[in-house]
Write a protein that binds this ligand. Structure first.
Ligand code: SF4
Ligand code: SF4
Ligand code: FES
Length: 197
């Protein structure tokens, strides 16, 4: 039992451990591997059987925990023109949106093996996507409360195994750095509020 849909590296369903490394089976050539190939299901996710794991429940839960939608108080106006966005911001959002939810980064992550609630690179990348987005009006303090925990950005030990295995080459290091900088601003806000109290 194993999963695949697109066979083109875009659906993320065929991720598995191949010779000890989490990767997409459909983008792996047997010619590049050893004569004997070891296949195992991704660790961390719920095993459904053989090489098939349930990544969907985890990603759905992560999306809910991070409130993965644009938070705004603006009334929706269906007749309004599209809002413009500068190219750099749009490109950053686009890069984060390229995640195919394969789970390779989480399977490679030492912290995730110890803390089952850890957001992993996929979760941090997801929240980074909304932090980049100027339409999301969540403030420094709200971001801070959402990810400044041991199961959020402070649980990340920064050895970047996630970055090594991400089959879509997402700029995870750049996203993590951005989130950490945001957390520093959140600490300053919290400290200022304590000063005023
Ligand atoms: S840098 Fe390491 S600890 Fe942090 S998310 Fe990536 S694999 Fe996990
Ligand atoms: S960040 Fe990369 S490795 Fe992680 S789920 Fe997304 S595409 Fe897969
Ligand atoms: S089958 Fe879709 S990514 Fe491999």
């Amino acid at each position: 039992m194993y999963d695949f849909v697109c066979r083109a590296g875009i659906c993320g369903s065929c991720a598995m451990m191949i010779n000890g490394r989490p990767t997409l089976a459909c983008r792996t050539l047997t010619a590049d591997l050893t004569d004997t190939i070891e296949l195992l299901p991704l660790p961390f996710f719920k095993l459904l059987g053989d090489l098939s794991v349930d990544t969907g429940v985890w990603f759905h839960d992560m999306a809910k925990r991070l409130e993965s939608w644009i938070h705004t108080t603006k009334e929706f106006d269906p007749t309004a023109e599209e809002e413009r966005m500068d190219n750099d911001t749009a490109n950053k959002i686009y890069e984060s949106e390229r995640c195919i939810e394969c789970g390779c980064c989480v399977a490679a992550c030492a912290t995730a093996q110890v803390y089952p609630d850890f957001l992993g690179a996929a979760g941090l990348n997801r929240i980074g996507r909304f932090m980049f987005d100027p339409r999301d009006t969540r403030g420094e303090q709200e971001w801070f409360e959402l990810v400044s925990t041991d199961i959020g950005v402070f649980g990340c030990i920064g050895m970047m195994a996630c970055d090594d295995v991400c089959p879509k080459d997402l700029p995870l290091l750049e996203v993590f750095s951005y989130i950490r900088r945001k957390m520093n601003s959140g600490v300053k806000v919290a400290v200022n509020e304590m000063d005023l109290a």
